[in-house]
Design a protein around this ligand. Structure first.
Ligand code: ATP
Ligand code: MG
Length: 182
């Protein structure tokens, strides 16, 4: 959480944005920068919060909180970062999110399932453009970490720092190995 509250709490425009952020990258940052122009506060959900140490979900919820909160320090935005574990029941998922988050009136998502679930629960849903999607993509960044191709330029500097701090590339490589260590 960072920044100063901008307005009368009674009139706060508060939005929700969720991702797995494995890792948080420049596409996410650009989306959030755009949302910041439209709302006073943003609730950022860390999806699949219980997951870590797998090829698709290498980073813990705590590490992802660090990545996000450090990357957003410069933005003029009041934000909350809230871990949301999976419940594996789509029809009840929005209620699950609501039980963990400050109230919000609009959900931003480009994920079709997330959009559908919020729409069916009566929320206003907004989409953003996809920015440089072939590179600003968690899947592509994890692939590059494995092959040794450059990925640091695709994430905010604070994210590269966190990955280094937790030896994230080593971790991803090890948990992606097939078979036993011999
Ligand atoms: P992965 O490949 O691991 O699924 P991802 O890049 O899709 O990673 P997510 O954490 O799944 O990242 O995405 C969270 C939200 O951000 C989703 O709504 C997704 O559509 C959106 N998003 C992801 N990449 C971009 C991008 N380059 N530009 C705009 N929105 C993006
Ligand atoms: Mg995705």
């Amino acid at each position: 959480m960072a920044g100063n509250r901008k307005s009368n709490p009674k009139q706060v425009r508060r939005a929700f944005y969720i991702g797995r952020f494995q890792p948080f990258h420049n596409g996410h940052l650009k989306v959030i920068s755009e949302i910041a122009r439209e709302v006073d506060e943003l609730v950022i959900g860390i999806g699949s919060a219980q997951m870590s140490h797998t090829p698709e979900n290498p980073f813990t919820a705590g590490e992802r909180i660090l990545m996000i909160s450090r990357s957003l320090e410069e933005l003029d935005l009041y934000f909350y970062v809230i871990p949301i574990p999976d419940i594996y029941r789509n029809a009840e998922w929005v209620a699950h999110v609501r039980s963990m988050t400050p109230p919000f009136s609009v959900a931003y998502s480009n994920n079709p399932l997330v959009s559908r679930l919020f729409y069916e629960s009566g929320y206003a849903v907004k989409h953003s453009p996809m920015y440089n999607r072939h590179e600003y993509s968690g899947t592509e960044i994890r692939r590059r970490m494995l092959t040794g191709e450059g990925w640091e330029q695709l994430v905010p500097p604070a994210v590269a720092d966190v990955v280094e701090e937790v030896c994230g590339v080593d971790r991803l490589r090890q948990v992606s190995m097939k078979g036993d260590i011999e």
